[in-house]
Design a protein around this ligand. Structure first.
Ligand code: TTP
Ligand code: MG
Length: 364
């Protein structure tokens, strides 16, 4: 992170709201405002499947994921019941992950509708992180007509708990100083690794909230729950060390990006910086003996709106001039949109080495 907050981490956890049923609602206008349950045919209470998920209208009736569909039908026979359409959900999931991936090189998908982003190097403080999260929410809503909830915190554990705090369409920001007071009143059930059984055991020991857990004698927790007991104690204080995994496609592309210390308007200066980025990529491509066919430019404006735009060339190349010209052409259009640039990046993909193999390279 830049400025005074050196070495501090800012992690985002994004979780789509009632994912499968939100997609069904989007696809079928007539579902809007009605309880929608995705899972199986309830067959008037005789169906044997389970609820995969349901929208927030259905949750008012007590329906939830994992519940037998027959039970859901008893609770709300008038809900709309649909079978899961996995090919569609997978397609939407992929597009959402592509949107999120633009926002950080440190990106980790978690299941079909969740992801962690480490944005420590992209922003200066939690206020900027909030703006960043708002921008991501708009991006997903604009492009996919779906809402998500985002948690922003100094680590993955607290970010994940925070994203669940104000669902749906929520945004919860927890700074380093607020972590303990945020966690303390929450039920232990909200803590990572604590399911129904462990919750019951903790409750019997008089531990109901995360605050109770944090102030409990750590050696007793160790005796009762082994290594997990000590971890629960640490986690209850917001102490959690686990990095956000690097982007999965690192080996399939080669890129570099630059966040400016202050936002830049000067078009020629931006183009010059873009040329420098292209040169760095070119040097690495030559070092690894790589040819590329697709060039993608990434632009982030001062308000964090982020765009990527790519072009596939007619032949594989590692020509610097061609890379610079393509990147300049791709960036050109963005000068008409807005004029305050915060970040620019270039990535080449669709790689092969001189023998036509997909190369193995380190880094991003
Ligand atoms: P979740 O993110 O757990 O749930 P959700 O997105 O439906 O609702 P929320 O707003 O609370 O986040 O899971 C994502 C998708 O995974 C969900 O839409 C359906 C699927 N899923 C199952 O198939 N089985 C399950 O038991 C759960 C919990 C989810
Ligand atoms: Mg979800």
């Amino acid at each position: 992170m830049k400025n005074s907050s050196e070495n501090k981490h800012v992690i985002l956890h994004v979780d789509m709201d009632h994912f499968f049923s939100a997609i069904e609602e989007r696809e079928h206008q007539r579902f809007k405002g009605k309880p929608v349950v995705v899972g199986a045919d309830p067959q008037e209470g005789k169906g044997r499947g389970v609820v995969k998920t349901c929208n927030y209208e259905s949750r008012k009736f007590g329906i939830h994921s994992g519940m037998p569909i027959s039970k859901a039908w008893q609770l709300c026979p008038n809900a709309i019941y649909v079978n899961a359409n996995y090919p569609l959900y997978n397609e939407v999931s992929k597009r959402i992950m592509d949107i999120l991936r633009k926002y950080s090189n440190k990106f980790q998908q978690w299941g079909s509708d969740e992801a962690f982003l480490d944005i420590s190097s992209e922003i200066g403080d939690f206020e900027e992180a909030t703006q960043f999260a708002v921008c991501i929410k708009h991006d997903i809503l604009w492009n996919e007509r779906l809402t998500c909830s985002i948690g922003v915190a100094p680590n993955k554990l607290v970010a994940k708990i925070a994203s669940d705090f104000q669902k749906p369409d929520g945004l919860t920001v927890v700074t380093e100083d607020e972590m303990e007071s945020f966690l303390s009143p929450l039920s232990v059930r909200k803590m990572l690794g604590i399911g129904e059984k462990t919750e019951r055991k903790l409750n019997r020991m008089g531990i109901k909230t995360i605050g109770d857990l944090g102030s409990y004698d750590v050696s007793t927790l160790g005796k009762k729950f082994g290594v997990m007991g000590k971890r629960f104690h640490q986690w209850a204080h917001g102490i959690y060390v686990s990095e956000v995994g690097k982007r999965k496609d690192a080996r399939k592309s080669l890129g570099h990006e630059k966040t400016f210390i202050t936002d830049i308007e000067d078009q020629e200066l931006i183009m010059k910086k873009m040329d420098d980025i292209c040169r760095r990529i070119y040097e690495r491509a030559v070092k690894y003996g790589i040819l590329f066919k697709t060039v993608t430019v990434k632009i982030r404006f001062a308000d964090f709106q982020t765009f990527t735009h790519g072009k596939t060339l007619s032949v594989f190349t590692n020509c610097l001039q061609e890379l610079q010209k393509t990147a300049r052409d791709l960036a050109e259009g963005y000068f008409r949109k807005k004029n305050q640039f915060r970040l620019i990046g270039v990535r080449v993909s669709h790689l092969k080495d001189s023998k036509g193999q997909i190369p193995l390279i380190d880094g991003n």
